[in-house]
Design a protein around this ligand. Structure first.
Ligand code: HEM
Length: 139
């Protein structure tokens, strides 16, 4: 079974009528601060699952959020302006015009396309032998 967290986070039945505002151009973090927090997320915390949920939830969630905060603050301390450079975007990666009217889409607000892929792994795990370094093996 494949579970798309991306799609779940855009479900209007879970997140309310403005769920697609989570798109790039209208990122709306206020939904985690205002009354929508108590209306949607608090009674049903499993609708927010970038780190999974339940007893196997990501152990690195807080670490990652700290790291991301640090990174963002350093970025904003270094640059004061950000703009989308669509002229540098390969033409085939720009959303086709037909998307603008498709039901259930962000109705033309998307300026770029997203790709998805699943992490690769070694079948049967990756087993290795290691030999301890010593003076003879170290250059
Ligand atoms: C943006 C960064 C990260 C994301 C989006 C993420 C997401 C996830 C997800 C979706 C799971 C599966 C949860 C489940 O099965 O329900 C997971 C598991 C896990 N993550 Fe992360 N993770 C991130 C970073 C990290 C970091 C930095 C660490 C360690 C320092 C970490 C450690 C773990 C561990 C140990 C598990 C397995 C927990 C278990 O199965 O009991 N993760 N993560």
């Amino acid at each position: 079974m494949i579970n798309s967290v991306f799609l779940m986070h855009r479900r209007t039945d879970l997140w309310g009528p403005d769920a697609l505002i989570l798109s790039f151009l209208e990122f709306g973090p206020d939904r985690f601060l205002d009354s929508r927090l108590y209306k949607y997320l608090t009674p049903n915390p499993y609708i927010f699952a970038p780190f999974g949920a339940g007893p196997r939830i990501c152990l690195g969630q807080q670490f990652t959020c700290n790291e991301a905060s640090y990174y963002l603050i350093r970025l904003l301390q270094t640059f004061f302006s950000f703009s989308l450079a669509l002229d540098a975007q390969p033409a085939e990666d720009i959303p086709p015009k037909t998307w603008t009217r498709a039901p259930g889409t962000s109705e033309g607000r998307d300026r770029i396309m997203l790709g998805t892929h699943v992490l690769l792994y070694a079948k049967g795990d990756l087993w290795v032998r290691m030999e301890e370094a010593n003076d003879e093996t170290t250059l």
